[in-house]
Write a protein of this length. Sequence first.
Lengths: 617, 125
Amino acid sequence: MAEYSNLRAEFLTRISTGSTLAELPGHEASLEMSDRTKKAGDFFHSHPEVPGLLLTENGRFRSVLSRRFYHDAVGRYHGMDIYHPRPLRFLMSRLEELGGALALPGHLSIEEAVRRGLERPRELVYEPLAVHLSPGESPGAEMRLIDFEDLLAADSRVTLLRSGQMKQILSTVREGLLLIDREHRIGLEYAISAEAILEVRGLAGRTLPEVLAARLDPERVQLATEYLDMLFDPRVIESLITKINPLLKVEARFEPGRTKTLAFRFVRGIEGGTIRHVLVRIEDMTREEEMARELEAHRRRGEQSLELAVNLIQADPTAVVGLLDRVGSQLERTGELLGPHAAAPAAFDALLRDLHGAKGEASLLGFSPLAREIHQIEDALAGVRRGEPDPGSARSGAAARITSTAALLSMARSVLEQLARLGRVVRGGETGSGEAQTLPATLERFVSGLAAELGKPARFLWRLDGVTIPERQAPVVHEALVQLARNSLVHGVEAPEVRRLRGKPAVATLQVAAKPRRAAGAIELVFQDDGGGLDLAALRARAEQMGQATGSDDELRRLIFLPGFSTAARATLHAGRGMGLDLLRDRIESVGGRIAVHSEPGRFCAFQIVLPLEAQP
Amino acid sequence: MRLLVVDDSLVVRNAIARSVKSGAIREVLRAEDGRQAVALFQEHLPELVTMDLTMPNLDGLAAIAQIRAIDPQTSILVISALNSHRIALDAIQRGACGFLTKPFTEREVSEALDELVLHARARTS
């Protein structure tokens, strides 16, 4: 008998939450139903620890006789006289009337066996039960008798293990798990992270809406309350309302002035066909939200840098680096002008001219994002210079533009660096492609791009006749030609339908012819379009408006090189700010050259540029 | 089972009817406003209803209430472009079983109708 209690103690130490009925130790002693009841009495007397006997009929399991049931029967008045001489079948007929013995398959879980045992009539609840150790009820099938109290002890052990495991899960799980009942009350066991996420201590027994009230606005809490009611309503289909969960993503308030993005998901817990509770899964999505925003910003920057790379890959790197440096210092000057000390209007004008020049270069290099940025800085600066009604906002607008332009510059520098690395690999150290050599291709690309953008088809012709543009003058030729080509396409060249009416080919021609002037140590470049020519009437009107003397047509034409003289009503990205040609003249004169204009209304406009072969300081 | 599709847009009615994949739905009835829906419901007593909310004559919320008054067992799915928690909750409190927002894919409607059929079966068995 000591052997059995050892077995039981040993089993209780190795029991697990997955243990089955068959693993429980039990008793195998059996009697035939035809045996006299006295035999059972003798057995119980000599085996005081055994709770009952298996009863068989021709070796086949029939019933269970418990010590308790035996004593209950024979303990009655004359009980021993009545039962002892008779076969066990006679005694057992009483048990059959009450519902018979319980026999369960060995694979049942301990919890399920307890549930089935407790479903028995009151008088039989503590009766031992029989367990089939092998499937089927064939004769000789192995059976075992199990004390119901042993089963209860095992069950309480399993429950302890389970709640220990549950506690461990609930203390480590990242999600804030909790259960709420029909009254929205939070259950005793919940994940500790629920407290951390909601920053509330002691959730058990409080209602979820009451906890949420401190974190969300009242309207949201009201919606949540009604939503919870809905989840407990069996009429409502759970899977068809998840989309209208008002707490799927909410901004929750925390002291002092912090917010978190929280996600609440709800799952019905159904037991025996009714909704007993709802499992609430709370997640802190703040990091994920931030990351999603960062990713989006990253993606946008990636797109921009790809656009940059595509543009820069075709441009001359030295020209681009020079431009980036110049724009960088212009940004610094812009920052100084926007500072606390009032700047002179002249300083604004000088900066605006330089920015305008840089914008032209950026367009020329196919670096349109930079051209757009500079254009916006020009707008913002012009606003500050005019003294817009709200100078503060104009200044901060300009400051914001400086920041975004600076970001673009640094992105362009890094793209260039990568391209340079790539270029070394691709070209394998090929040398010598100066700005002068790349000039024709760059200009052609610029003209065709702008022509397409303006809807004015145009071709660009070079007639250099063997003249090479000196490398030292290449930058100024660059700037001059892009400025003239832009002006020509925007203002000079007519729309295709107008050209057709005037009997001109729909595709306009812009051309550059070069002549050496060796005697003078110079070269001459003539840029000519076949557009509408200068509008002398408009020039005269503008001159009168500005108080300029208007004499001959030649004098009128020369006015276009004056600062601030523009006939275009609206400034666009491409031309019309009235700072282009005066800037160009200054630039050409600064290297010792000169520029002149010729035009015939309705037929053409031409610019003659003479540059010394050697640039002068 | 029979399904009553209520929506004032012909395109939406057709799209929902096209999404019926469940073999359990043997007949599809169509109504273009709430009043027509209630009349058709009274006549045929379909087990399943999909209901739009903004419609001329009788709106969806009122139609749901009237249909529930005729037969409290009917399974009603709201399919609406109104995407507000308040409206969805109102519709369900009046007796709808679920809420689907437009625009929807045929697959979404088809799966929702499968759920609705299961739900209706569970309620009538």
